[in-house]
Design a protein around this ligand. Structure first.
Ligand code: CMC
Length: 438
């Protein structure tokens, strides 16, 4: 993707690297906001050296038009629009359209997109049966990854990553079937009969009804629950080159189909340092409550790094300021709990943890603030989700971002198969030792 040199007012400065007596010019890659880049791909050919950057602390793997984060200022924008404005004024499906297609849709385009998604929410009976065959005790993320991969078996006509019509179809099928799959996964674990989507009910309301309605009873779904869920999905919809998105891009760079790439993203998201953190936060808060609600002692353990204890839901690779998503979730937590008629001691504990952390030198020096996962679990719990469903909900929200990033990568003429280098530090060449001599 070519990045226009605009928006920051000045052209980026190329780099010059001095290696011994040699000076190597590194071309600049202009950003419209945030850090410009220095292209180092030719370094191996010109110097024989590779760059080393574990965890990609300083490496941009691509240019992207989709999402901008300013970690120091706590800024997040999708396609240029601030997350606060989208959360206040948009819907998840509209944001999905924005991320995937690049612009806010016209009324007509949005209606068309919503109608197409609505039409495909149904899952074939054989698909339901496959989901039903998984052990009830399976972790929902394991089931979700398998379910998404299974879509490749059911919809082979949408698998060709180089055919735009097939990619469009896969996009709609994923958006449409994700809520149905997640509600099935939830009900399967709870032992309830699986419910069907209802045409025209609304995307998020449909999901909530399929998830929470008791067999034979009308669903009691307050608007506050549906609206809060919609907002949480928007907040999770994209976050530039995080671990799962980079995974989706890497798998896709081998021209694997969209389902396989997204399924790999689900696997990456399941880790407790990534999407799995929302589940870990609730477990942590419950442990604090169950051990006598001694928050200061718990915080001391975190600071001493005893038993590798971490403050889950705190810290972020990019945000060195309050995560803007966490700020929105924190503000809405009270409102949502009140509207749902729920009181939760864990919310009080979370507030106490935050208050101590924000005043403590350990957290201040390391710029550790609450991230999006810190308060989301409390809202999900108030809605009635068990903690094992929190990460699938994250995946549900992240889906349009993964799709948008995958599509951007596939249409970028500079994309090549992702293949990092290494610096080999093992044995030099040595001869095989025969069995008798070992
Ligand atoms: N609790 C205690 N100490 C922490 C924490 C934490 N949550 N996060 C970072 N630190 C310390 C870390 O020990 C290190 O200290 P020192 O300099 O003394 O060695 C310092 O802060 C820098 O941390 P890091 O591990 O180098 O930072 P990172 O950028 O590699 O890791 C992170 C980022 C999100 C993995 C990490 O902050 C973390 O493990 N947080 C808890 C898990 C979590 O909430 N993850 C959700 C992230 S947001 C949603 C998402 O992306 O999925």
């Amino acid at each position: 993707m070519t990045v226009p040199i605009a928006g920051k007012g000045s052209s980026p400065v190329p780099g010059r690297l001095h290696l011994g007596d040699d000076a190597i010019d590194l071309p600049a890659v202009a950003a419209t906001a945030g850090s410009d880049g220095l292209a180092i791909s030719s370094l191996l050919a010109t110097t024989g050296k590779v760059t080393v950057d574990p965890g990609f602390m300083n490496t941009a793997a691509c240019t992207s038009d989709i999402t901008f984060i300013d970690g120091a200022e706590g800024v997040l924008r999708y396609r240029g629009y601030p997350i606060e404005q989208l959360a206040a004024n948009s819907t998840f499906l509209e944001v999905a359209y924005l991320l995937i297609h690049g612009e806010l849709p016209s009324h007509h385009r949005l209606d068309e997109f919503v109608e197409r998604v609505d039409r495909h929410m149904y899952l074939p009976e054989d698909f339901r049966e496959i989901l039903s065959m998984q052990p009830r005790a399976s972790h929902p993320m394991a089931m979700l990854g398998a379910a998404i991969q299974t879509m490749a078996c059911f919809y082979p006509e949408s698998m060709d990553p180089l055919n735009p019509a097939a990619v469009d179809l896969a996009t709609v099928l994923l958006m449409a079937k994700m809520p149905t799959m997640i509600s099935y996964i939830h009900r399967r674990a709870a032992g309830y009969a699986l419910l069907y989507p209802v045409r025209g009910e609304g995307y998020v309301r449909n999901f909530a009804r399929m998830t929470f309605a008791r067999p034979g009873e009308a669903a009691d779904l307050p608007d506050a629950l549906v609206e809060a869920l919609d907002t949480l999905l928007i907040l999770h919809a994209d976050h530039e080159q995080n671990c799962s998105t980079s995974t989706v891009r890497l798998v896709g760079s081998a021209q694997a189909n969209l389902y396989s790439s997204i399924s790999a993203g689900v696997a990456a998201l399941s880790g407790p340092l990534h999407g799995g953190a929302n589940e870990a936060v609730l477990e942590m808060l419950a442990r604090i409550r169950d051990s006598g609600r001694d928050v200061p002692t718990f915080m001391a353990r975190v600071k001493d790094k005893q038993d590798g204890a971490k403050l889950m839901g705190f810290g972020h690779r990019v945000y060195k300021n309050y995560d803007p998503r966490a700020a929105i979730v924190k503000k809405s937590a009270d409102r949502v709990l009140e509207a749902l008629g729920v009181t939760d001691e864990l919310l009080d504990i979370a507030r106490e943890v935050e208050e101590i952390a924000l005043a403590d030198a350990y957290f201040i020096e390391r710029k550790l603030y609450p991230n999006v996962d810190f308060y989301t679990g409390i809202i999900y719990r108030a809605m009635g989700f068990p903690s094992s469903m929190f990460t699938p909900l994250f995946a549900f929200g992240r889906l349009p971002g993964w799709i948008a990033q995958w599509r951007e990568m596939m249409s970028d003429p500079t994309t090549r198969i992702g293949r990092p280098r290494q610096v080999y530090v093992g044995h030099p060449k040595r001869d095989f030792i025969s069995w008798e001599d070992r």
